[in-house]
Structures are given as C-alpha cells and as structure tokens.
Design a binder for this molecule. Sequence first.
Ligand code: ADP
Length: 620
Amino acid sequence: MTRQDQSWATAWSLEYRLPILISVLLACAVGGLSLAAYREVRATTIDRATDVLERVQHELVAGGARPNIARVQALRALANDDAIVRALASGATAAEVEKRFAASRESHDTTFVAFQLASTDGRRTYGTASGWSATDSAQLAATLAGAVRNESDQRSPFYAVGEQVHAWLAVPVVVKGRVVGTVAELARVGDNYGADAVIRALVDDDARMLFTSRGSAEWVSFRGRPVAAPFALPAVHDKAVRIDVPGRGGVYVVQSLIPTTPWLAVLSQSERSILAKPHDFLRRLLVAGLIVLAVATVGAWFLGRLVTRPLREVTEAASDLAQGDYTRRVDVHGGGREVGRLASMFNAMAAATGDAHAILAERNAELQRANAAKAQFLAMMSHELRTPLNAIGGFTELMELGLRGPVTPEQVEDLGRIRRNKDLLVAIITDILDFSRTDAGALTVEMEPVAVAPLLTDVVDSVRNQMAAKGVQLEVRPVPADAVVRGDRKKIAQVLLNLLSNAMKFTEPGGEVDILTVVDEGAVRIDVRDTGSGISTAQLETIFEPFVQVDASLTRRAGGTGLGLAIARQLTRAMGGTVTVRSQLGAGSTFSLTLPRAELLPVISPPEDRRTPREASQVV
Ligand code: ADP
C-alpha cells in the first residue's frame, strides 16, 4: 500500500465516516424538525394574534360607539328642547340656553368642551368658546353647513389644535319640517388614559390603538394626542391584515368604522412582537438540537472506534499474513459476536495457510534438491558420455587420415558417417547439459551493452555457408545504429543461432530466411522470418517446452533434440527479454527475440533475482 493509499484509507475509514455520517443525518433531522415545528408554531401564533386583534378591536369599537350614540341622542334632545327652539325663533336668554347645554354635558360626557347654537340665517348665536380656536370656528362652519344642507346629524373629521384633537357634532333644529338652526358641540377626541393599558393587557405591550377619520390626514392616539400617520390604511375593514411598513417591517392592522361616525379605529401590532415567542422557541429548540448533536457526535465517534478497532486489527493481521508472517494471530476483544467470529475464522485461515506454506516450502526444498541432483547427474553423465565420444572421434579421424594404415574409399565413407553421428551425439549431449544447467537455475549471465549489428554479422556468418549449401536464400535487413541491447553477448548469439538454425532446418531449398531489427522505445526486437513449414496454432506454445518437436519424422531428418527453443527461452528470460513466435502452418514462421535497450536501462540486475518464476513464465 502506498503512502497515498494509506492516508486515503485513514481519512475515509469507517472510524471517521460513521460519526460524520451520524452527525450529518442528525443535523438534518434536528434542522428539519426544528424548522417544521417553528413553522407550525409561527402559523398558529399569527392566527392567534390576528384573532385577538380582531376581537379586541370589535369590543373596543362596540364600547366606543355607545357614548357616541348617547351623545347624539343628548344633542337631538337639545335640538327638540323648547328653550332652544324658542331661542332660535324669538329670543330666549343666553343664560337659559347655556343652562340647557350644561345640563346636557353633565348628564353625558365631560369631554365636550364647547357648544354652539346657531340659526340658519346666522343671526342668533349662542356659544361658550373657552379654548375655541380659529380652526375650531372654520371646522364648525363647515359642519353646520353640512347639517343644514343634509338636514341630518353631521360630524366633522378630526383636526389637530395644538396638542389636542377636536371634532364637531352638529344636529339640525327642525320646526314644522323646516331647519331653523343647529345645535353643535365640540368634542375633544381620545383623552382616555385607561384604555391604553387595557389594550396592552389584552393584546401586547406593542399593540397600539389609533384613530383617524375619513377624509382627514389627522391621526390621534388614545390619549388624544395628534400623531403622524404610521402607515397607509388597508382596504379591508374589521379583519386583521399584514402590511409592510418601510423601516418597521410587517405590521398586523385591523381597522373599523366607529358606528354613527366617520371615524376609524385602527388597532395594530408589529409582526416582530407577534413572532417574539416563536423566535424564542426556535432559539431554544436549536440550542437543544445542538446539544443533542454534540452528544450524538461524541457517542458516534466512540461507537465508530469500538466497531472499527477490531476490524483494523484484523486488517493489519491480514496485511502481515500477506507479507509472509504466518504466525500472526488476532486477539479481538469487543466489536460483538460477528467480529469475534471473523477473528477466529481469520486465525483458522492463518493457521491453515501457515501449515500449507510450510508443507509447500518443504516440498519446494525437496524439489530443488532433486533438481540439483538431476542436474548434477545429467552434467556428470554428459561429461562421462562426451569423454568416450571424443575418443571415438579422435580415433576415427586418425583412421580417416590413414594414420593407422591404408583404408579403402568405402571405409573412409563409413568412418565419415561414424564421425558425423558422433558430432550429432555430442551436440545432443551439449544441449542436454545446457538445459540441465538452465533448468537447475545454475545459469549466470554477464550483462553488458551489446551492439546488435556486429553480433548479428558474426552469427549470420556462421550459418551463411550452410544456408547457401541448402539453397535457402538469407537476407539481413539494415540494422539501426542505435540497436544496442543489454544482455550476455554469448547467450544472445546462442539464441539467435538457434533461431537461425531452426529457420534453415524447417525451410525447404528455394525458400527464404530474413532478419529484421526494430528499435522500440525501451527495447530492441530481432525478427527471424522464414518461408518454411510453419507451425499450427495448437503447437505454437508447446514448442517452447523441452523435448517437444512438432513433426518428429521431419525433425529426425533435420536433426535436433527439441531442447533448442526451451534453452533459448530460459536464456532470454535470464536477460530480461522474451522470445515469441507468429506462424501459420505452411506459410512460414517469425520468431522474435526482444531484449531491453541498453541506454534506457543503465542498471540491470539479473532478472532471475527480481522476478518470481511465475511472472517469468508468463512473459515468454
Ligand atoms: P529442435 O531441436 O527439434 O529444433 P527446438 O526446440 O529448437 O527443437 O524446436 C522445437 C520444435 O519447434 C521443432 O522440432 C519444430 O517442430 C518447431 N520449430 C522450431 N522452429 C521452427 C521453424 N522455424 N519453422 C517450423 N517449425 C519450427
């Protein structure tokens, strides 16, 4: 495992992922539930708040209407009063008129600050005018005119006079179906200190009751103070609606017309104050959620450690096992029954693997011993065989040369046959000796940079005459100058010679053999192509096995042991190269020897040292 793999595995191991996953899930759940609960509470709170606003407004307006109606009735009574009618018709005394007004004020309302009695022709005018301003007079004139014109009760809109807000109420005096004058009273609006506290108690500290009247820009507080218009009035009456007020946010407003008057009562409460409780609820919910989340995260982290520690121990043990430590066992505490079973299964598997490995190692050692013995036997045998054969060769030559006395031409021919068979036998024994050496692993290669061109020339020269004698045409394509391989010069020559001899052996006279050298990025490939008998697809792999010959009769004719390619393969493998073949039956074969390029591989240790036998056998 590389360091990068390890850091990845640590960063994303279950030990970390579990608490993160649980925390994320819990955070989503807490967040979602809090939001849903908040929305529910918010909607309910707004419903309740608007309901309270509407009910309080209804009560206040109904309560506020009663004194107004009573006031109108009192003023109507004055309009029908004999003294007032008389005063308008002929001339009751001012004192008498004032007495009537005073009596009316006392019995009904103390907020009426002035009165006025006027005939339609403007002649008779009685009035008390304490605190009666020019604005009051102007408003009075308009209200009186309205009452005469409409022949009905008339109220002026609110209007501010200094720190107070006033309004006129005028009732026509009708005698025999004709309006002869009016009675009017000036009322100070509001002035009701107790009601403010009642509203705050019923609704909220933030609730506010204001009055205004149709057609007037004046607004007045419950205490009778003129105030600036707080917002544009909504179109809806008697229902709480939300309006946006720049700088103040949302405000819930309910407005109602006070019966018998053009006056509007407007009760409002800011959304902020309505939502104060839901917001507080949400805050507390989130704090509780965060505490739960923190506790759960710590818990999940502990849980993750508890679950993953035994798994990690098993993983580390498996890694040790993979690296050859067959004595490694796991001793797991915690993690539950499943992990316990995993640990015991692992231990059983490690024990079985260890046993199997020990048996294999023992068998392997036995095999190596046997192989070495076989190689030694073969080497000894071939040496023992070669000695008498050399003697046979030597004496045959002596006889051939006539050094042992005269020989007939037939005898010379026979002696030649004896010598050729002896040479063949020596060649076979040499092959067997070579193979036994390579097979026993006793092969040593001396790696050095080897230029392909001169080597090829040497090898080709040694077979050129034989080729020509057989009538096989040989062509060597130009070798690239940078074709330099790393390998053992003699071994490369031996492999090439084997490939060339085979090409010649299995190509009939008139055929062709050509050699092509190709330089690749990291390797040099030498192709030996012939137009000979070719090899069937089924045989292509087996020809590299020792003692395999495709057509024994043909080979017998051509000579050979079936060891050439096996040896070539072993030698090439020892140099870090490959031998491959492409062939088609009847259409010739191409054997390719590929070796690493010299300049790209400055240091090459013998490949046998760094490759397992299994890897090497796959390469060839
Ligand atoms: P041998 O000593 O018999 O040539 P090798 O191992 O060199 O042994 O070759 C094994 C077999 O592969 C040969 O017997 C032959 O059947 C086949 N063979 C090898 N080279 C060629 C070739 N160039 N064309 C056809 N067959 C070949």
